[in-house]
Ligand binder design. Structure first.
Ligand code: GSH
Length: 200
């Protein structure tokens, strides 16, 4: 299986961390590319042109980090990071979706700020920052769930999203108002899967 990733992509990091947690990274041929330069093999594999993108051994392609993570969790050996069904699955999915919401907002603000000055929309950036500001208290409230998820897909997704905030939005002092979340992140971020995928 071929997995297209980019070095600093927080979405790709989530999938790589999952494969490492399952100790099954060797089952993937990881191809590091720059999606912004429109590489031909990525575009022919996946219409969105985004990473992560997975080309399976059967030759079909899957995009979207959450779908790839679900698929790999099913077919790779190792411990399950997203339970098959029941309350544990819903908890992990809830956390995963919360993380995706924060990550989408944080990433979108970064992309907007990289556009040529005359094309940037401060209103759009403010909207994304507001979404981040609403997501953080929801995550603080969900800290018991983050521990209960036991470094599952939901917890790893939140860790990747928060670490992306630190990488690209270092000016947002989110730890002061979310101390439990900060403590939880300090504990999980030292896992080998997250250390090995640190984009810094
Ligand atoms: N919803 C997607 C987002 C993936 C995404 O936006 N990836 C970025 C890199 S971090 C990308 O490939 N951007 C290239 C583009 O938008 O053309 C996911 O969860 O995988």
């Amino acid at each position: 299986m071929k997995l297209y990733v980019a070095k600093t992509s927080p979405y790709a990091r989530k999938v790589l961390a999952l494969a490492m947690e399952k100790q099954a990274l060797d089952r993937l041929q990881v191809v590091t590319i720059d999606p912004w330069s429109d590489p031909a093999d990525l575009l022919s594999a996946i219409p969105s042109g985004k990473v992560p993108a997975l080309v399976t051994d059967e030759g079909w392609c899957l995009g979207e980090s959450w779908a790839i993570a679900d698929y790999l969790d099913n077919i790779l050996p190792g411990r399950r990071l997203l339970p098959d069904a029941g309350p544990d699955r819903w908890r992990s999915l809830r956390l995963s979706a919360l993380a995706q919401g924060l990550l989408d907002a944080a990433f979108s603000a970064v992309v907007e700020r990289r556009r040529p000055l005359g094309e940037q929309s401060p209103g759009w950036v403010d909207r994304q920052i507001a979404a981040i500001a609403r997501s953080l208290p929801a995550m603080e409230t969900a800290v018991p769930d983050l521990y209960a998820d036991n470094a599952g897909l939901g917890a790893l997704s939140v860790a990747c999203a928060l670490d992306y905030l630190d990488l690209r939005h270092g000016d947002l002092d989110w730890r002061t108002d979310h101390p439990d979340l900060a403590n939880w992140l300090a504990g999980i971020i030292d896992r080998p899967s997250l250390r090995a995928t640190d984009p810094r």
